[in-house]
Design a protein around this ligand. Structure first.
Ligand code: AMP
Ligand code: MG
Length: 352
């Protein structure tokens, strides 16, 4: 399949860009696939009401078909099409955080086929704030199923280049809208249980949700690397975000971490392996390795979040064999950063 690649500037959706988005919307209504930017990561869109479109999404990504897709809408009132039992909490959360990086799980109506929800009777819904995404969803008829636009298992794309790398030839169109703002996928909160529960941490933090809901639980498996329980979001059980190199997280006092990692990279380099380090801005100058990436200051989690997936992809581009990463604090957005980093490392963390 020939994949059309178009560029659109989110801050200047002129007449030509609008026409291109109308065309992209038509592709989706006719059952095709379009990758597009959102504020979190790039998404791979298909018509959420069309079982065949969802099947195509799974095939293009190589995604296991029991891993449900998030349905993207562009206005809150469309929630009523997706469910016959809208919890009052959903409206409160929508008012506080939509459009934005929050996904809610609610009971699904027959409008959404089981192929879109991985066989579940619930549906995940989000309203993105990215203007390209919002227009595309509107032109597509209002309901776009969109997982992250990467091949299953690889880090989510935060720039179009990596969508192209994974999906060129497998989808009808890729919209290049530049670098995303947040860099980690949405927070997922389950509203079908008595006390709402975070199934995947993200930019909207536990504290922010508690402020609106009063009470909130967190799926324990999210950042506990030793938990044997099954995560409640089906997708969270799969190996994810993995770079091609072997990634290990090292936790401890900064000076001990630097010493340990430098010892490991020196030994690996002697064996002829290409080494890499993910460091914080504070310690980046202290490492010795083939490629040392500054993820941002430990005080600036937003920057670390935005850069993480990009850094993992860059190590792939460089052919890095072994990668060591510092550990990050798990408060606030740090919970999401450590959740993704642990998954990328296959839960491999060493305490020194
Ligand atoms: P992605 O689209 O790559 O961001 O992945 C979507 C995530 O949402 C996966 O972890 C899914 O398991 C999760 N998800 C989607 N729908 C549901 C649902 N109905 N119940 C629980 N988790 C869901
Ligand atoms: Mg994904």
């Amino acid at each position: 399949m020939n994949t059309e690649i178009i560029k659109i500037d989110e801050n200047n959706i002129d007449k030509d860009a609008d026409l291109a988005l109308q065309r992209a919307g038509r592709i989706l209504r006719e059952g095709g696939l379009v990758a597009f930017p959102t504020e979190t990561v790039y998404g791979l869109g298909g018509d959420a009401a069309n079982a065949e479109s969802s099947r195509k999404i799974y095939a293009a990504k190589g995604r296991p078909s029991d891993n449900p897709l998030i349905v993207h809408i562009y206005r809150t009132e469309d929630l009523y099409e997706l469910t016959e039992e809208l919890p009052e909490t959903a409206l409160r959360l929508a008012k506080a955080f939509w459009p934005g990086p929050l996904t809610m799980i609610i009971k699904k109506s027959p409008f959404i086929p089981l192929q879109t929800t991985g066989g579940l009777e619930t549906v995940a819904v989000r309203m993105p704030s990215n203007k390209i995404a919002a227009k595309l969803i509107e032109y597509a008829g209002g309901f776009v199923a969109a997982p992250s636009a990467n091949a299953s298992g690889r880090p989510s794309p935060t720039v179009a280049k990596y969508c192209i790398e994974d999906l060129d030839g497998k989808v009808d169109m890729i919209i290049d809208g530049g670098a995303v703002g947040i860099g980690l996928e949405s927070t997922i909160v389950d509203l079908t249980v008595d006390t709402p529960m975070i199934l995947r941490p993200g930019y909207i933090t536990e504290d922010m949700l508690r402020d609106v809901l009063g009470e909130i639980d967190v799926d324990k498996t999210i950042i506990d690397s030793s938990s044997k329980e099954k995560p409640k979001a089906p997708g969270m059980k799969y190996r994810h975000y993995a770079p091609k190199g072997d990634l290990t997280i090292v936790e401890g006092k900064p000076e001990d971490v630097v010493e340990y990692i430098n010892g490991q990279t020196a030994a690996a380099r002697e064996k002829g392996l290409r080494t890499g380090v993910i460091a914080s801005h504070e310690t980046v100058a202290m490492y010795k390795a083939d490629s040392i990436m500054d993820a941002g200051s430990k005080e600036d989690e937003e920057t670390v979040a935005r850069q993480l997936f990009m850094i993992l992809r860059e190590f792939d581009d460089l052919g890095t064999d072994v990668i060591y990463s510092e550990s990050f604090d798990t408060s606030g957005i740090g919970q999401a950063i450590m959740n993704r980093l642990l998954k990328a490392a296959g839960q491999h963390i060493i305490r020194v």
